[in-house]
Ligand binder design. Sequence first.
Ligand code: FAD
Length: 463
Amino acid sequence: MAAYDYDLFVIGGGSGGVRAARVAASLGKRVGIAEEFRFGGTCVIRGCVPKKLFVYASQFPEHFEDAAGYGWTVPRAAFDWPTLIANKDREIARLEAIYQKNVANAGGETFQSRAVLVDRHTIRLEAEDRTVTADQILVATGGRPALHPALPGSEYCITSNEAFHLAELPKAIVIEGGGYIAVEFANIFHGLGVETTLVYRGTEILSRFDMDLRQALHQTMEKKGIRILCHAVSEDVSRRADGRLEVRVTGGEVLLADQVMLAIGRVPNTENLGLEAAGVDMAKNGAIVVDAWSRTNLDNIWAIGDVTNRVQLTPVAIHEAMCFIETAFKDNPTAPDHDVIATAVFSQPEIGTVGLSEDDAAKHFPDLEIYRAAFRPMRHTLSGRDEKMLMKLVVDGETRKVLGAHILGPDAGEMAQLLGIPLKAGSSKDDFDRTMAVHPTAAEELVTMYKPTYRVKNGKRID
Ligand code: FAD
């Protein structure tokens, strides 16, 4: 065997890359990992973590309002954006240091550098102007927000990357997109007092989620004051003399905003990475093509996480990293399992979901039982907040297996995590029925819906 500098070299210090590097190093492998920006990657630096901190910040105005019904008098509250940014940045820097330190503590070597492939065993560290060699190479370079060069004035637009570092909180924002990042940021900015418009070319926000939840969230967001324009796109963005932006949307209406944020999808980071030189196959959209075990067409080069464009979520990237370790270093070939992934949208109210939507289930199962409850959660009784919680179970009428569970309301993300376990285990509706309720909670509704609200037979709803 050729003598390489490393047993494993990882390109990209995000969720997947750091996990793989740390675990391989702890197995005694000689590991190097290069990160061109900041260790922690998208999730820690400009994704899940800062996003969730912003979500918490944006929820306070409703908490203050709701307090009155419980007897509290809350003096007029004031918000300071620079304080939120500074505190968020401090927390992110703390996490970044932990990520880097964990690799080093396990015995891995970290490089603050862009890394590119020279050939199938050689990596160029650009910041150090030298090459290193490795037996196995893992590409975990993630993705970045898609830009929109065809949009006139797109140079005035920001993406989620910049939204985390705005010098000033805008008075008004237009967000282009209808996916979870667009929807979450619309709620964040609205909660912080920004006049917010969501412009989405599709029929309804959040495609791929259950239609009931999509429609109910849409209505609730509009009731809160977020403007949502579906079947619409921004056609032109221009800057006025006073610095504000004008956005002409489908139909000719002109929206006035201080920021325009594009959240129209993400693209894999594979450009100028030396993949062609090394001979690694890529899909048309730039994603690295891998087999079920995350191996590329070259047997010593692997890819995991967002760069492979499978399921773009942090826990998935981490799971793929752990499976890669089993396959490459433990002689235990393990394919990542992408079936039944619980997930959340940190909108306000939140969405928590696992398994098949009603529409998707109807495509594969001829007889469905749908259990659906819409109710005012107890916490909104004294507060007077006019917001309903929605819970829905999609059940196979033939086997009684629960195929999908969908929740809209407070703490829905937390509930989805727990519902992920019975759904992964293949539990039946009878298992749910046999489960004692926890009272008084909102989640008890999940085990107390005894009669189907309606059935869906061969795709047709039967009440
Ligand atoms: P990344 O975490 O993106 O890491 C890739 C790293 O590689 C980056 O640090 C990059 O700088 C580095 N890199 C790229 N090229 C090179 C190179 N040539 N040399 C060296 N380094 C390089 N997921 C969830 O599960 N829950 C959420 O709530 C959630 N919220 C999100 C919110 C936002 C706004 C965004 C943008 C994403 C969110 N995600 C969420 C998705 C999640 O962040 C990603 O799925 C996850 O980070 C993917 O991990 P990864 O290891 O594949 O890539």
